[in-house]
Design a protein around this ligand. Structure first.
Ligand code: BV8
Ligand code: ZN
Length: 292
């Protein structure tokens, strides 16, 4: 693994300047994505092979997919619940939780639904789930407001046990054997995640907006995210527009994003701090080093 003594001089210098700025920062935001949990064994959305049975997650994570084929979508989410329950938080999840504990003005915006930041004892009032959670359930009946958070039962119904046997051929599950609402007894339950085309929970958006507008964010840590999903990705530009600096942690750094690539004009504009630091490699390795 990368140790300071094995780093190149430029990486060590970049790390030193990051550490100095981190210590002088008063308000810090983190936007994290699937790459944060990659080292915990959970596949990313755009990684090789997709998330499940080679289906494109983007096609399954939609209300249309669920209404067309609740059996397929429930098996997708049931398999991910099982995988997340078996996964363990990694050193980056713990490092972010530790930073939150010693910095009240630090907030993590997670796009992940795997619950690993919570299991790393991240202070809950400094952790916003932008896209919900695999372990929340909601009733789909129009007249019913049933929602349950922190449901870790697996499988949710006996029939869903097959979802984790990805080596077995796919089998259709009758709607009657999918999870149903314990409150109204009729509604089909759905995963409490935000699907494409659905709005983010307004309370979460409100809290993120309040944090950003209640004082200049000095630094945003952009960890393990392709930055392709909005409005989540938009928070990075919001911090840049305030003049905050950006640190990217990714195995695959998009060089066009870094400061020294900017044209003369851009580097004097409001995007003066596109990306000040880039840490290329596994987030589970670099985040603990950067935040120590
Ligand atoms: C909304 C929960 C409006 C579900 C998720 C055009 C057409 C249609 C829609 C749109 C459009 N343009 C914009 C939109 C809106 C759409 C969107 O942004 N689409 C994109 C794809 C173009 N957004 C929405 O629909 C949002 N809602 O806009 O609503 C609205 C308003 C009012 C009223 C009605 C509607 C809702 C978006 C939320 C979707 N739900 N997740 C589930 O998980 O199943 S998003 C899902 O995908 C994840 O949560 C995550 O956010 C995203 C994947 O992104 P990443 O986390 O970045 O993961 P990814 O695999 O992409 O990248 C991993 C990164 O990690 C890579 O960079 C990789 O290099 C790196 N990495 C890998 N390993 C490591 C690593 N880094 C470090 N270390 C490693 N080891
Ligand atoms: Zn119900």
């Amino acid at each position: 693994s990368t140790q300071p003594e094995t780093m190149t001089a430029s990486v060590a210098a970049s790390l030193a300047s990051f550490h100095a700025y981190l210590r002088s920062s008063k308000r810090i935001l983190a936007l994290v994505g699937a790459g944060l949990s990659a080292s915990s064994g959970l596949p990313t959305f755009r990684g090789t092979g997709g998330l499940w049975r080679n289906h494109d997650a983007m096609e399954l994570a939609t209300p249309e997919a669920f209404s067309n084929d609740p059996s397929l979508v429930w098996q997708f989410y049931s398999a991910r619940r099982a995988a997340a329950l078996c996964a363990m938080p990694n050193k980056a999840h713990y490092a972010l939780a530790e930073l939150a504990k010693c910095m009240p003005e630090f907030l993590t915006l997670t796009q992940n639904v795997d619950g690993l930041s919570t299991r790393a004892n991240h202070p809950p009032d400094q952790l916003l789930h932008l896209h919900g959670s695999l372990f929340s359930l909601k009733c789909t009946s129009f007249y019913c407001d049933f929602q349950e958070d922190n449901n870790f039962t697996h499988p949710l119904t006996p029939a869903l046990a097959i979802a984790s046997e990805v080596s077995a051929p796919y089998r259709h599950i009758q709607q009657a054997d999918l999870p149903h609402c314990p409150k109204c007894n009729t509604g089909l339950l759905r995963p409490g995640v935000v699907w494409f085309g659905e709005p983010l929970p307004w309370r979460v958006v409100q809290a993120a907006d309040d944090f950003i507008s209640s004082g200049k964010v000095d630094l945003i840590l952009v960890i393990g995210t392709s930055g392709t999903v909005y409005p989540a990705a938009g928070y990075v530009d919001r911090v840049r527009m305030q003049g905050g600096k950006v640190a990217v942690f990714n195995i695959d750094i998009d060089e066009s994003d870094s400061e020294d690539e900017l044209s003369e004009v851009e580097s004097t504009g409001s995007y003066a701090n596109r990306t000040t630091w880039t840490f290329e490699g596994d987030a589970a390795e670099w985040v603990p080093i950067a935040l120590e």
